[in-house]
Design a protein around this ligand. Structure first.
Ligand SMILES: [Cu+2]
Length: 302
């Protein structure tokens, strides 16, 4: 509270404060009246219970006042929410991809980043796409959250008003490593943003860059540790037991096998690992990119 990091903070915080304020008044009031009644109408003071029936004045009061209070809460909530749905025409448009279990942000010049770097004081419009299941992009400091639904093109926007780093979380349970689906919004001055935006040369080897872009590393480690899938360390030329349509067989990891693992992951499943977790990358990764991945995997020794 008490920051102004995005253009929605004040509206949301105000409605929160109004609802909290009304609730606190009622909590104190109701508690007080209850205690007062317990004392005033105790058996000692009122040995004989009396039956009270109907009171129009009272009933009108306790219908009208709560209705007004609820409408006040609605008004502030609506005023805080409405601007979130009024997406401006102009602004920095960033294609946002959610997948198990990472975020990636694609900029107009093709630059892909796993953190959301944006210039201060400029509208940013996120085009939300999911590569697998339902996720939800949540930036608590900016007071915004929007579901990312496969096949549905949801949008979300904001203006970062203070430079700094802010957390991004996934707010829709999406499997084993849902809680690791973290990233950051980095709000920087315009000049710094322009410099970052134009710096498209990656220091990663091409194969690693392709894998980062496709979030392979949220399920496969490079250092031999087991995450969701088998580690890539020492994978090349390794002898493995796999299940093809339920039948066990031994193979040596080669070009063909890796390509098949990417395009039809369900056909050959590594023994001891779940089937159906890895999706097919047939439409996302080209043959050329697979060659780059393979070249990179060859360099990873156990
Ligand atoms: Cu998620």
């Amino acid at each position: 509270m008490f920051s102004n990091s995005s253009n929605f903070v004040q509206g949301v915080d105000l409605s929160f404060a109004v609802i909290l304020g009304i609730s606190v008044i009622f909590l104190v009031g109701v508690t007080f009246v209850m205690i007062w009644f317990v004392i005033k109408y105790s058996r000692k003071r009122n040995p004989k219970a009396s039956q009270i029936e109907g009171n129009n004045k009272l009933e009108i009061i306790w219908t009208v006042i709560p209705t007004i209070l609820v409408l006040i809460m609605f008004y502030y909530g609506w005023m805080g929410y409405k601007p979130m749905r009024e997406i401006p025409e102009n602004g920095l448009k960033i294609k946002t991809y959610a997948q198990m279990w990472s975020w990636s942000f694609e900029y107009p010049n093709g630059k892909v980043s796993d953190t959301l770097v944006v210039p201060v004081d400029e509208p940013v419009i996120l085009d939300l796409n999911s590569r697998d299941v339902i996720h939800s992009l949540y930036i608590p400091a900016f007071r915004i959250k929007e579901d990312v639904v496969p096949g549905k093109n949801n949008k979300m926007w904001f203006i970062g008003q203070e430079t700094g780093n802010y957390n991004i979380l996934c707010a829709e349970y999406c499997g084993d490593r849902h809680s690791y689906m973290l990233s950051k919004v980095v709000v920087v001055p315009e000049a710094e943003y322009t410099k970052w935006y134009n710096d498209t040369v990656s220091s990663d080897p091409p194969g690693l860059a392709v894998m980062k872009k496709n979030a392979c590393l949220s399920c496969h480690s490079l250092d031999g540790s087991r995450i969701v899938g088998p580690s890539f360390a020492g994978l090349w030329n390794k002898e493995e037991t796999i299940l093809s349509a339920g039948k066990e067989r031994k193979i040596i990891v080669d070009d063909e096998y890796i390509k098949k693992s990417l395009y039809n992951p369900g056909d050959d499943v590594v023994k001891g690992y779940p089937q159906g977790v890895m999706i097919s990358y047939k439409n996302n990764i080209t043959d050329k990119e697979i060659t780059m991945i393979i070249e990179y995997l060859k360099t990873l020794k156990h």
